[in-house]
Write a protein that binds this ligand. Structure first.
Ligand code: ATP
Length: 225
């Protein structure tokens, strides 16, 4: 990890608690705050501190020392007023790196106008990810770069086992519609793997490519299961 930072996470629903745990696991100091004591209790031991409190109350945040934090994540989604208030207060007390979740376009626009550093459109991003894996279950994760191009983490289907990477139509000279960026085998990761490499059961590959191209290849290769 590059540097250890202090991060406050406000709102411990599925989204907030998952971010808080991940940040802590990466090695950051994480203060997790929620109005709901049961949420605070559930995350104990998985973050540095967890506290029941109102993230829209400046006094509470100051008392917790949040003004000295490097960054804050506002993970309140459904209560837009609370989300906006928390962002304003965090900026007021001097947090320069605020990341907030937006549940819809209007919410996102409001956060954008406030100058929130990063806005995560949870429903849109999740919808996009689920959509990409619905008919291609081998795609474990998807990150869209443009509306029709993305990076896919693919668990190698049985049909690809013992085949060379170059035989899959995924990799090739420049100008092709996709490229294999990495191969994970057990605990090892190989960047730009040799295209003569034969895939093994359990391998995971990272492929950047046109969405339709990749889904055609996966559907053709796995349709006879
Ligand atoms: P998810 O979709 O992430 O599972 P959710 O459906 O519970 O979350 P929200 O209603 O946005 O979504 O709530 C996220 C969390 O934020 C909840 O645990 C809620 O108790 C907490 N929360 C709401 N308002 C505040 C506040 N003012 N201060 C601290 N926490 C808050």
């Amino acid at each position: 990890m590059a540097e250890k930072s202090n991060v406050a996470v406000i709102g411990l629903g599925r989204f907030g608690s998952s971010i808080a745990r991940s940040l802590y696991n990466i090695g950051h100091d994480v203060l997790a705050i929620d109005l709901d004591e049961s949420k605070v209790h559930d995350i104990m031991g998985q973050v540095t501190h967890s506290v029941a409190g109102d993230g829209t109350n400046e006094g509470v945040l100051r008392e917790l020392g949040v003004e000295a934090y490097d960054a804050a994540v506002v993970a309140i989604g459904s209560d837009i007023v609370a989300s906006v208030m928390a962002c304003v207060i965090l900026q007021t007390i001097g947090i320069s790196n605020v990341v907030a979740r937006a549940n819809n376009e209007t919410h996102g626009n409001a956060l954008h106008k406030l100058g929130v550093n990063r806005i995560v459109h949870t429903e849109k991003e999740m919808g996009n990810r689920v959509a990409h894996s619905l008919f291609t279950p081998e795609v474990e994760q998807y990150v869209g770069l443009t509306p029709d191009f993305g990076v896919n983490v693919i668990r190698v289907p049985i049909e690809w086992v013992e085949k060379p990477i170059k035989g899959l139509g995924l990799s090739g000279p420049r100008g092709k519609k996709s490229a294999v960026l990495a191969l994970k085998r057990g605990k090892d990761v190989f960047l730009s793997p040799d295209t003569d490499e034969h895939l093994k059961s359990g391998d995971v590959i990272v492929v950047a490519g046109k969405d339709d191209h990749l889904s055609d290849i996966l559907k053709n290769d796995t349709s006879n299961k």
